[in-house]
Design a protein around this ligand. Structure first.
Ligand SMILES: *Cc1c(COP(=O)(O)O)cnc(C)c1O
Length: 231
């Protein structure tokens, strides 16, 4: 059985407390760090809980699952795509998601731009960077980031909010930390070089959110700590 709202609320309170503590430690304002509830694999109730709790947005990994769940939800929420996006799903994603965090190649940029144009909208995106240099992960290589950003900024129907990264799986927390530092440094460098804010840094999940906040995260993507383990 899916968890009750009361259990969710208790767990969400604990996550908020953890975020606040990490912000205090880092000398940051908790208002700078948004909590994105990751509802993948969970029923539509997961998104309804997030809205009832007052969270503005949820994250989904798969286009089809996110689209179907959204249609079953009445709550007012923003839906963000955080999982790998294949070219053949770009049109669907541009039509149904409020932001795509997983844009990692030029072809995808062109497809999303064209789809957003057809819908008469400007689609917010993040560029996913493989800043942990994980051979098993998606995301653009850091060396390709300037070219990708340049191409993204040239698309009339896309709005580049910032960057996203997923660290490699590792027992050593230093690996995640280096991934976060490297994403922030890349962002700082390219924001200056291109004269754009790139203010969103989507980094940190259940296991490493405090570390990510210490390194400048503005958005933590949390599933397990809010909803329990995924089956
Ligand atoms: C599943 C997922 C998360 C949430 O991970 P938890 O460890 O359950 O908090 C965050 N980001 C991405 C990209 C994911 O796919």
């Amino acid at each position: 059985m899916f968890l009750t709202y009361e259990t969710f609320r208790t767990q969400a309170d604990a996550v908020r407390t953890q975020i606040a503590a990490a912000c205090r430690q880092a000398g940051r304002d908790p208002a700078e760090v948004q909590l994105l509830a990751v509802t993948k694999t969970h029923p539509p109730a997961a998104a309804e809980y997030a809205a009832r709790y007052g969270l503005p947005a949820v994250g989904e990994s798969r286009v089809q699952e996110g689209v179907e769940k959204r249609m079953q939800c009445t709550a007012k929420l923003r839906w963000e795509l955080i999982g790998h996006l294949q070219s053949n799903k770009a049109r669907l994603a541009a039509a149904h998601f409020d932001r795509v965090q997983s844009v990692d190649n030029v072809k995808l940029l062109a497809l999303l731009d064209r789809a957003a144009a057809e819908h008469g909208r400007r689609l917010p995106i993040l560029l996913q960077i493989n800043s942990g240099r994980d051979p098993n992960k998606f995301g653009a290589e850091p060396a390709d980031a300037p070219r990708l950003l340049e191409s993204a900024l040239a698309q009339a129907h896309l709005q580049v909010d910032g960057f996203m990264a997923i660290p490699p799986l590792a027992d050593d927390p230093g690996v995640a930390q280096r991934t976060f530092v490297s994403l922030r440094e890349l962002r700082d460098r390219l924001a200056q070089q291109f004269g754009v804010p790139l203010s969103e840094l989507s980094m940190g999940m259940t296991g490493d959110l405090a570390l990510a906040i210490a390194e400048g995260s503005t958005l933590v993507r949390v599933g397990t700590a809010l909803y329990g383990a995924r089956s």
